[in-house]
Write a protein that binds this ligand. Structure first.
Ligand code: ZN
Length: 146
């Protein structure tokens, strides 16, 4: 019997990139090319979380907000859905996305609006806002678990 999530996993494997796009260049950015816009950087950072590319995540995090170290949780990333991409100015853009993942078999949903800035032609992740309230988030989790 074929379940829905199983089909999703097959699609994920068939795609060239974990970010879900077939025409992205995440691997190029991981290897040193500058991401041309915030959306490309965001996708490549998601892929870097999937592939656990520690240095890439740190290097693309703005120095003002970058944590001293990253701790990996045992997420199994399931997919990325970009909801909105907004270029506010040549130096500032936001990307709203939903990333789904599992930890110890439990499904989670990360809904974030990320802020990016461009400095000297290079985009950096600054921080994120979480548009869903705690109550709504737990409702969403229940929905996934059902
Ligand atoms: Zn990609």
């Amino acid at each position: 019997m074929k379940s829905k999530s199983r089909v999703g996993e097959e699609v994920l494997v068939a795609n060239a990139c974990p970010c879900g796009a077939t025409d992205c260049a995440c691997a190029l950015y991981h290897n040193g090319a500058a991401a041309p816009d915030a959306l490309s950087l965001m996708r490549s950072r998601y892929t870097a979380y999937v592939l656990k590319l520690y240095d890439y995540l740190m290097n693309t995090w703005h120095s003002d907000t970058r944590p001293a170290a990253l701790e990996w949780e045992h997420q199994r990333w399931l997919g990325l859905e970009v909801k909105n991409y907004s270029v506010e100015s040549p130096e500032h853009a936001t990307v709203e996305f939903v990333a789904r993942y599992k930890v110890n078999g439990r499904a989670y949903r990360l809904h974030e609006i990320s802020n990016f800035v461009c400095e000297q032609g290079k985009w950096f992740y600054v921080d994120g806002e979480f548009p869903v309230t705690t109550d709504q988030r737990s409702m969403n989790l229940r929905k996934i678990h059902r």
